[in-house]
Design a protein. Structure first.
Lengths: 242, 198
């Protein structure tokens, strides 16, 4: 039952946003100030919950359908698709991909969202799927709208889709956001800009793919997902000090 | 070599995706992710509860927490032969929107060895997601009634300042005959919780 790697390449924390990014004001209150303690992964970290196909229903990856009450959800119909691979380019199957998003007007179906834009009675904005044996995944949804948020006086979130990934081990756990190519709000967004390296930011931008877009139906946006990859361990050294 | 995607905050509406019922969406109305146990589970049933506090001592009321732990015999569901079929190993809970309190119904985890065969003290892994947290926080819950095991735990020993090890100890109490462990998380301040880079 055990074929998970015994070690992962270290997470490059400089590639990720720092915990403290003052332009994103809430991070000032919530960013730990002390250094993280580095931990050589044990089985507690090299394992992960095994999510099976019994968790996933047929419409779970179809947001055009799963929240429908009496009509079609409103907004630009789209496909979100891509592959889940690791840092060595190998497909990662059975990754639990969960996503959530605002509707086309920029409003979330959430008890705490009070933005004045309307709810869509036929749209929940939640979906999930498991990546296929070749790492591929696919959702149908509505392109989300931008919305204002309380940060600086007039901050707006660019259109985005939140995505949560559970891979083969806790070391691969990742939650991030998917943006859309060409969005003029991107360079203004402190959350997007919390990622220091422009090349890393660019990795979160989905690309329009006309070849995958079914004519007269939906636009397709390609978004490939890369999770941490294993570090080769050809032999076990005694740990330092042991 | 490729690089993993950079993280972004889960934001205040994380419940829609991870705990839709909490957001008010009937996506999976019958599932309660905060309960890891089913009837007949082996071991000591416990409740783990707590509050995540921010740097000014306010509860983080939009947090979502994930728990991952072995069963009472130290076996991980889906990974180890003989793991307890009545135990899920994985749980999710939301902080209460009013009080910030989160809670899991689980069992006291068994001991798990390190790569070189040393036994770790009983512990559960806790991941924390919230608005203002740009990359999820990873910590461990140990148990304050396991003094002997904790004293020889190789991960606790990695924490240079002994006083900081205390931040990972859940406090055992009995409440109406039930075992409850209290585990508060402090994101900043003199009692800042130890977070790990794994």
């Amino acid at each position: 039952m055990e074929n998970a790697p015994r070690a992962y390449r270290p997470r490059d924390r400089a590639w990720h946003p720092p915990a403290l990014f003052p332009d994103y004001k809430t991070s000032v209150y919530r960013a730990p100030r002390l250094p993280l303690v580095s931990l050589g992964a044990t089985r507690s970290e090299l394992t992960a919950p095994l999510f099976g196909h019994d968790l996933i229903r047929a419409t779970d990856n179809d947001l055009l359908v799963n929240g429908r009450v009496d009509g079609e959800p409103i907004g630009p119909r789209m496909i979100l698709f891509g592959r889940v691979i690791d840092e060595e380019g190998r497909p990662v199957p059975n990754v639990l991909i969960e996503l959530w998003q605002a509707n086309a007007a920029g409003r979330y179906r959430h008890v705490n969202d009070s933005y004045l834009a309307p709810l869509d009675p036929n749209f929940w904005g939640v979906g999930r799927t498991l990546s296929e044996p070749d790492g591929s995944y696919r959702f149908r949804t509505i392109r989300p709208g931008p919305y204002p948020w309380r940060n600086r006086v007039n901050d707006w979130r660019p259109a985005h889709i939140h995505i949560s990934l559970w891979g083969a081990s806790l070391c691969q756990r990742l939650v991030t956001q998917i943006y859309f190519e060409g969005d003029p709000l991107l360079p203004l967004c402190p959350i997007y800009n919390s990622i220091p390296d422009p090349a890393a930011r660019e990795r979160l931008v989905a690309k329009l793919d006309m070849g995958e877009s079914p004519p007269h139906d939906l636009l397709a946006w390609r978004f490939d997902i890369v999770l941490r990859g294993p570090r080769q361990t050809f032999f076990e050294n005694r740990p330092e000090g042991a | 070599m490729l690089r993993e995607l950079p993280s972004q905050t889960a934001g205040p509406y994380v419940h829609i995706g991870l705990l839709p019922a909490v957001a008010g969406i009937p996506f999976e109305p019958d599932r309660d992710w905060s309960v890891l146990v089913r009837a007949g589970v082996r071991g000591e049933r416990i409740r783990i509860e707590g509050i995540v506090f921010d740097g000014v001592g306010a509860p983080v009321r939009d947090a979502v927490l994930e728990l991952w732990q072995p069963d009472a015999a130290g076996r991980f569901p889906g990974h180890d032969l003989g793991a307890d079929p009545a135990f899920a190993g994985f749980g999710r809970a939301a902080a209460d929107f009013a009080s910030g309190l989160f809670a899991f119904e689980t069992v006291k985890p068994g001991r798990v060895p390190t790569a070189d065969g040393r036994l770790q003290a009983p512990h559960a892994t806790l991941l924390i997601f919230a608005r203002g947290i740009n990359i999820h926080l990873h910590t461990r819950i140990y148990f304050d009634d396991e003094a002997t095991a904790n004293a020889e735990d190789p991960v606790l020993a990695l924490i240079e300042q002994e006083a900081r090890r205390r931040t990972l100890l859940a406090r055992r109490e009995l409440r109406e005959g039930r075992v409850v462990y209290r585990f508060d998380v402090r994101l900043q301040g003199p009692e800042e919780t130890v977070f790990f880079d794994v």
